[in-house]
Design a protein around this ligand. Sequence first.
Ligand code: SAM
Ligand code: SF4
Length: 320
Amino acid sequence: MTDRYGRPIRYLRISLTDRCNLRCRYCMPAEGVPLRAHEEILRYEEIVKIAKAALACGIDTFKLTGGEPLVRREVPALVAALKALPGTRQVTLTTNGILLGAQLDALAAAGLDAVNISLDTLDDGQYHALTRRDYPVAEVLTTLRAAARVLPVKVNAVLLPETADQWLPLAKLADDPGVDVRFIEEMPIGKGETDPGISSDRVLAVLRTAWPDLAPCEEKRGNGPAHYYQSGALAGRIGFIDAVSHRFCAQCNRLRLTCTGILRPCLCYDDGIDLRALVRGGAGPDELKKAVEQAIAAKPEAHCFAAGHGSEQTMNTIGG
Ligand code: SAM
Ligand code: SF4
């Protein structure tokens, strides 16, 4: 189904939880999130009902996110259930990688199509300061390499002032043929409101000191709004998600489902449709499909970051 601006909507980001084992400073408050009662969170069978309604509206690609999705139990079972739905094209996962190693084989066996691993720096000191936790980067890297042997991997790195010396080492991870590296402009949501913006042009200039032939490539590499570059010396690709400066909204193809069941047309606005109330109130497939259609129809033309206002919520709640 297309929205009123002619954009085909094919992609649903599903947040499994707003809890996380890290506290990235641009995403989560240091103190974490208030504990939600178990009943507030969508159960897997409820997510599957909503996914069926989304499929009926032409959405065929699902991304599991959070918070940290892998702090929830039995994610492979949900992957398998979503993959088994007629019409599902892809199910992917975005994770900070801390809990991924132990579940990698089960996720791949369940049919997971690809994984995004968020890693903003290879420097332990920087990693600890910005995630406010003490996990060693080396362990995330070991998991990343193991993941790349069984699934396509995209590394997501948010561009932050304190990690500018990491753009080259991070980009070098794309030496591995199974790994693309994407740099994401920090969005002014929640805790990200005060950093100065870093443009992809500035990062590209630094990367071209190592790979002078980096040039735009047209091939489609994923389901999102990234634009990609390639170099003869790198097996993978380097991507940029210019969420703020180049306004990625014209290609926006997605809706977002929060862990409490609110279907949000845009990450910048807090409005949404309460699908949990519908599912638990006994809504059938037609009613759920109508609600998804309504969310598609309500998609705004563009985000509102430039206007200086945006979501009141932090990214762990919205699902990135
Ligand atoms: N915990 C998982 C992870 O880190 O991949 C999934 C959830 S996280 C909210 C999804 C993505 O959103 C991550 O790549 C994260 O870096 C990104 N993100 C969070 N806050 C952001 C912000 N203010 N600006 C840009 N990206 C952000
Ligand atoms: Fe957790 Fe991901 Fe947010 Fe970091 S970006 S705090 S890992 S949800």
